[in-house]
Design a protein around this ligand. Structure first.
Ligand SMILES: [Zn+2]
Length: 441
């Protein structure tokens, strides 16, 4: 099958020349172009391409970007298929502009052995609408005691290791995991939280938690773990990726570590650059996440970290929970918010329109950044590359309605927000998965 994407603004992002570069480099390509796809490959990029045999996809007024990659998603399969499945999660992903998702290992059972990974791959083969790149756990059962069989994981297609949902508390185990993962060139994704400091907490510790009378989780709990991880990455030469950066001091620690040449990368999620803990004032459990929403200063620091390249990627930390689970007292509710269908509009509205990032820089955080961290040959629009492409309209403004989501759950603090930016066409390995905003196939 041939597909011809006509007349869009093709943006092929380029990574910064060095980690000391204060800002992302200019994109490798940013021009009105046509893109011709044959089977699963981009075969031509240029002006005024015509091909009578190709299916024409109109991209007039739209941006043609590499397919988005979410390097931090919870798909809940196996174990909690009532919350999400590979099928529902990847449909939600396509709707949000994603061509690839990396599901975290904290399923039931935990993805701590190659059988679970093989199961995920087999389910993905049958039901997934996007590429699925599984993350294996660092330790057996997320217990933080015994390191998993990383060599087997690598062979089975695991792209990173993480006990996400929990930190690896024992520093020696984490150090060994970094060394062992380094032998297979895999990053270790760290959920940075000192659980002794956050015990019992349900929101950011600060003025709002005091006013609301809710137990707090201090920013220092994140900071001390980030500092430890950086120290261990410096020592071992291993590769640490800091998940869901939420506070100012984390940004500063990662910034300094990168400047020193430590092998560290970082991601943040849209809620950390869009919301403060003021969102908790109504006791809305949809604003309960871990790490928690922080202060306006933290939000500003996260935005600054994205701007200067300290934060490499934007991930969703998509964490579906059923209505029944969230419909309880704030302190009892599970942590987590969905994010696959709100990420792009938040990036456009809160980062691009507010001048934090240029459009090509924003695209890089959703594509090339995660691709480089996970070692995927994605994140580029080039002749010969696999045809994973997201076409989005950066100008379309609309009201977020969670009831229209493909995701099985509705736990979003952004319901009712007016935002800009919507995926219109998504092509995964040459297959149209979203056309004119509708799922196909
Ligand atoms: Zn986490």
């Amino acid at each position: 099958m041939k597909i011809l994407i006509k007349g869009g603004r093709v943006v092929n992002p380029q990574a910064p020349a060095s980690r000391l570069e204060p800002k992302s480099a200019e994109p490798a390509l940013d021009a009105i172009m046509d893109v011709l796809i044959e089977d699963s490959t981009i075969i031509k990029i240029g002006k005024n391409i015509s091909d009578a045999n190709a299916r024409r996809v109109d991209a007039d007024g739209m941006v043609v970007a590499p397919g988005f990659i979410d390097m931090h998603t919870h798909l809940r399969e196996p174990g909690r298929e009532d919350e999400e499945t590979i099928e529902s999660g990847s449909r939600s992903g396509v709707k949000g502009g994603y061509c690839a998702l990396a599901p975290m290992a904290n399923t039931e059972p935990v993805a701590d052995n190659v059988e679970v990974i093989n199961f995920l791959n087999a389910q993905a083969e049958k039901y997934a609408w996007t590429h699925i790149y599984p993350v294996g756990s660092v330790t057996r059962g997320l217990k933080g005691e015994t390191i998993t069989e990383i060599g087997e994981f690598k062979e089975a297609g695991v792209v990173a290791l993480s006990d996400d949902g929990r930190p690896v508390t024992n520093s020696r185990i984490f150090m060994l995991a970094l060394q062992y993962a380094g032998m297979f060139n895999l990053p270790v994704i760290s959920h940075c939280e000192d659980v002794h400091l956050t015990e019992g907490g349900c929101m950011n510790e600060g003025l709002n938690s005091t006013i609301l009378g809710l137990p707090g989780m201090p920013a220092a709990a994140e900071e001390v773990m980030v500092a430890r991880d950086i120290a261990l990455a410096r020592w071992t030469g291993g590769r640490v990726h800091v998940a869901h950066v939420s506070c100012a001091n984390t940004v500063e620690l990662v910034r300094r570590a990168k400047f020193e040449g430590v092998n560290v990368t970082a991601e943040t999620a849209p809620h950390y650059f869009s919301l403060t803990d003021d969102a908790v004032k109504t006791y809305d459990t949809n604003a309960k996440m871990n790490p928690p929403l922080r202060t306006a200063e933290d939000v500003e620091a996260v935005r600054q970290g994205l701007r200067d390249g300290t934060i490499d990627a934007i991930a969703t930390d998509h964490a579906p929970h059923t209505h029944v689970e969230k419909q309880v007292a704030f302190i009892e509710a599970p942590f987590g918010v969905i994010g696959l269908e709100t990420c792009l509009p938040l990036v456009i509205t809160k980062l691009v329109d507010e001048g934090v990032l240029t459009l090509p820089e924003a695209i890089a955080k959703l594509t090339l950044g995660p691709a480089r961290i996970l070692g995927l040959s994605m994140g580029k629009i080039e002749t010969g590359a696999r045809a994973d492409i997201t076409v989005f309209d950066p100008a379309s403004e609309y009201k977020i309605d969670v009831n229209t989501f493909e995701c099985k759950c509705r736990n979003s603090p952004f319901n009712g927000w007016r935002l800009k930016g919507k995926a219109v066409h998504v092509i995964v390995a040459g297959q149209p998965r979203l056309l004119d905003g509708r799922l196909v196939g």
